[in-house]
Design a protein around this ligand. Structure first.
Ligand code: ADP
Length: 617
C-alpha cells in the first residue's frame, strides 16, 4: 500500500518537475548544483581533519601536516565560496519558481472556456490550490523543496558511504580481544541498526505530524478566514462601510478571534502539542542519540583493537553521522512527497481540466461590408447543474446594421441571451446560425472576435487610460482618442491624456474615475475593437440621467454601421432602436418598435407605464 503510495507520489512529483523545468530552464540546474555542493561540503573537513589528526598522532611530518592543513583549509574555503554562490543562484531561481507555478495555473485558467470557468468545481479547485499553498506551500511549490532535499540526501548518503566503507573492511590487530568486530555479520548488524533508526526516527516525526495533518481542514479554514478579513479590511471600496457600521469591532475581529480559537490554550491542537506530538518528536530525536552512541562504540572499539588510527575515528564517526542524516532526510522527504501527492492531484485536476466546448474549424469570412446575419433558431438553455430553463424557445434574427433592444425584468434571461450569442455557452436545445451555418462549426476565437461587448460588470485595469482602451501596451493613439470621444469622454480632460493612470493600485498619481467615466472607457474599449456587432449590456446603469441622455443622443454615431444590441431594463433607452425584443421568464414575449409596443397590452406597456414618469417630464 505504502510502496504504491510512494511510487504514485514520485510519479506525480516527477510530472510537476517536468512542468516546472519546461517553463524555467535554470531552476533544476541551480537547485541540483546547490544540493550537491551542500551535501559534499562537510566531507572535505571530515576527510582533511582525519588526515591531519592521523599525522599528528603518528609520524608528525611537518611537510605532510602543512600539505593537509593547506589543502583542507583551501578546499573548505573554496567549497564555502562555491556554496554561497550556488545558494544565491538557487534562491533566485526558487523564488522565481513561485511565479512559474502561478503562471502555469493562470495560463490554464485563461485557456479555459468561459462556461468552464463559470463552474463551481473550477472555483473550488482554484481556491483549494490557493489555500493549500498558503497553508504550507503544498502542491507544485512543495516539489521544488522536495527536489533539493531528495538530491542532497542521496549525495550525502553516497559521500558518507564512500568515506566509511573502509571501516568495515579494516581488520583488528591479531590477538585483539574482540575478533567478532571483523565478522561480516557485525558489519551487517551495524548497518541494520543505522537503517532501522533512520527509518523509525522519521516515522515518529510522521506520527507527530499526523496529528497536525488531521487538523488540515481547520488550519486551512483559519488561513482562509484571516486572509478574507485582512483583504476585505484593506479594500478601499469597503472603507466607508467598515467605518460607518463599525464592522471591524462588530464582525471582523470577533470572527477572526473565533477562527483563532482553534489554536488557543486548551484547544485540541494545544493539547496535542503538549501531549502526543511532543512525545513522538522527543522519541524521534532520542533515537538519533542512541544511534550516535552505537556508532561511537563500534568505531572506537575497532580503533582500540588496532584496526585503524585516531584520524580514521573522526572520519568514520563524521561520515556515518552524515550518512544517517542523509537517510533520515531521504525518508522525511519521501514522507513529504507522499503527503503532497493529494495536493498535487488537486493541481493536476485543474491543469488537466478539458474544454468541453466543441471547436469547429471554419473561419469566419472577413467581410468588408459587415453583412453578418445571426439567427437564433428555437434556442433553449439551462445553466450546467441547473434544472431551470434560463431561455426557452427563443427565435430571433438580427437585421444587419440595425439596432436591437433587449428588454425585460431582472432575471428574464437578457444576459444569458448575450452569452449564448457570443458563444460563451452553447444552447442546450436549438441552434444559432451565422450566415446560415451553425456557430459551433466556426473557430470559437474567430467567431467571438465578431463581437464587442460591454458587460454590466466590466472591469478596467490599474493601467494608463490608453492601454485600457486598446488592450495593448502600444495603443494606436489617434484611434484610442477618437473612441473615447465617441463614447463621450474627452481624453484631454485627463491630466496626462492617454498616459493617465487609472486608479492608484500601481501608480500614486492614478485617478479615481467615477462609475460613469469607467463605463464610458469600457464603451471606448469596445469601439476600439471595431467588431461588426456591438453589444451593450445595461451600458447606462452607472450613468446619471444627463450622461445617459448624452449616450443615447450619440448612439447612432457610436454604433455607425455596426449591428447594435442594447440590453436594458430602462425602457427609455429602447425608443431609438429599430426592434425591441421583450424577454420574460426566458422567453421572447413581444417584439416590435417602441411605438407598436406601447400600444399593445403586455409586459412592455406595463413596464413602460411603471417607468414613464422618469422620462415624460
Ligand atoms: P437578466 O440579464 O435578464 O437579469 P440573466 O440572463 O442574468 O437575467 O438570468 C436568467 C436566469 O438564469 C436567472 O434565473 C438567473 O438566476 C439564472 N442564471 C444566471 N446566471 C446563472 C449561472 N451562472 N448559473 C445558474 N443560473 C444562472
Amino acid at each position: 500500500m505504502k510502496r504504491d503510495g510512494t511510487i504514485q507520489a514520485l510519479r506525480a512529483t516527477a510530472r510537476a518537475w517536468k512542468l516546472l523545468a519546461k517553463k524555467q530552464r535554470g531552476l533544476f540546474p541551480a537547485l541540483g548544483l546547490r544540493a550537491v555542493v551542500t551535501a559534499l561540503s562537510p566531507y572535505v573537513p571530515i576527510y582533511g581533519s582525519a588526515r591531519i589528526i592521523g599525522e599528528l598522532a603518528g609520524a608528525r611530518r611537518p611537510e605532510t601536516l602543512a600539505f593537509w592543513v593547506v589543502l583542507t583549509l583551501g578546499l573548505t574555503a573554496g567549497m564555502a565560496a562555491l556554496g554561497a554562490l550556488c545558494k544565491r543562484w538557487a534562491e533566485v531561481e526558487h523564488q522565481q519558481s513561485v511565479y512559474t507555478e502561478g503562471e502555469l495555473l493562470t495560463e490554464k485558467l485563461f485557456s479555459l472556456d468561459y462556461n468552464e470557468i463559470d463552474r463551481q468545481e473550477i472555483f473550488d479547485l482554484d481556491s483549494q490550490i490557493y489555500q493549500a499553498y498558503n497553508w504550507n506551500g503544498w502542491g507544485i511549490a512543495k516539489t521544488v523543496f522536495c527536489f533539493r532535499s531528495l538530491l542532497e540526501a542521496i549525495v550525502r548518503i553516497l559521500g558518507g558511504a564512500g568515506l566509511s566503507v573502509s571501516l568495515f573492511a579494516a581488520q583488528t590487530a591479531p590477538g585483539s580481544p574482540f575478533p567478532f568486530l571483523n565478522h561480516p555479520l557485525c558489519a551487517a548488524a551495524i548497518v541494520a541498526v543505522l537503517l532501522a533508526v533512520a527509518a523509525i526516527s522519521p516515522l515518529c516525526a510522521d506520527r507527530a505530524n499526523g496529528y497536525l495533518l488531521r487538523n488540515a481542514e481547520e488550519n486551512m479554514f483559519v488561513n482562509r478566514c484571516l486572509s478574507y478579513f485582512v483583504n476585505a479590511l484593506l479594500d478601499r471600496r469597503r472603507a466607508a462601510d467598515v467605518r460607518l457600521y463599525r464592522q471591524l469591532e462588530g464582525v471582523c475581529e470577533p470572527n477572526m478571534s473565533a477562527a483563532f480559537g482553534l489554536f488557543s490554550k486548551n484547544s485540541k491542537i494545544d493539547r496535542w502539542m503538549k501531549g502526543p506530538v511532543g512525545l513522538w518528536r522527543a522519541l524521534s530525536q532520542s533515537l538519533s542519540a542512541v544511534l550516535t552512541a552505537v556508532i561511537y562504540l563500534f568505531v572506537c572499539l575497532k580503533a582500540w583493537c588496532g584496526a585503524f588510527g585516531v584520524g580514521e575515528v573522526t572520519q568514520y564517526v563524521g561520515a556515518i553521522t552524515q550518512t544517517f542524516g542523509g537517510l533520515s532526510s531521504l525518508l522525511t522527504t519521501l514522507g513529504d512527497m507522499r503527503a503532497n501527492a493529494s495536493y498535487l492531484e488537486t493541481d493536476f485536476r485543474l491543469l488537466d481540466w478539458p474544454n468541453h466546448l466543441y471547436r469547429g474549424s471554419l473561419t469566419t469570412e472577413k467581410r468588408a461590408d459587415r453583412q453578418y446575419s445571426v439567427e437564433f433558431k428555437d434556442v433553449s438553455f439551462r445553466y450546467p447543474g441547473s434544472d431551470r430553463w434560463a431561455l426557452r424557445h427563443v427565435n430571433l434574427t438580427f437585421r444587419v446594421g440595425k439596432r436591437l433592444a433587449v428588454v425585460g425584468k431582472n432575471g428574464s434571461g437578457k444576459t444569458t441571451f448575450i452569452k449564448l450569442l457570443c458563444r460563451l455557452y452553447d444552447p442546450t436545445e436549438g441552434e444559432i446560425l451565422l450566415n446560415g451555418i451553425d456557430i459551433r462549426k466556426y473557430r470559437p476565437e474567430e467567431y467571438r472576435a465578431l463581437f464587442s461587448v460591454v458587460f454590466q460588470d466590466f472591469k478596467l485595469f490599474s493601467l494608463p487610460l490608453g492601454e485600457n482602451v486598446a488592450g495593448s501596451r502600444e495603443p494606436a493613439r489617434r484611434r484610442a482618442e477618437a473612441c473615447l470621444r465617441a463614447a463621450g469622454l474627452d481624453p484631454a480632460a485627463f491630466q496626462n491624456g492617454l498616459d493617465t493612470f487609472l486608479y492608484r493600485d500601481l501608480n500614486d498619481k492614478g485617478v479615481e474615475v467615477s462609475g460613469g467615466e469607467a463605463q464610458k472607457i469600457a464603451i471606448a474599449r469596445a469601439l476600439y475593437r471595431d467588431a461588426p456587432f456591438l453589444v451593450l449590456d445595461e451600458p447606462t446603469a452607472a450613468l446619471d440621467p444627463m450622461a445617459e441622455a448624452e449616450i443615447y443622443e450619440k448612439f447612432d454615431g457610436i454604433t455607425g454601421d455596426k449591428t447594435a444590441i442594447y440590453i436594458s431594463h430602462r425602457l427609455s433607452s429602447c425608443k431609438f432602436c429599430d426592434t425591441i425584443a421583450v424577454f420574460d421568464e426566458g422567453q421572447i414575449v413581444q417584439r416590435g418598435s417602441h411605438e407598436e409596443l406601447v400600444q399593445e397590452p403586455g409586459v412592455y406597456a406595463t413596464l413602460w407605464n411603471a417607468q414613464a414618469h422618469y422620462y415624460t417630464k
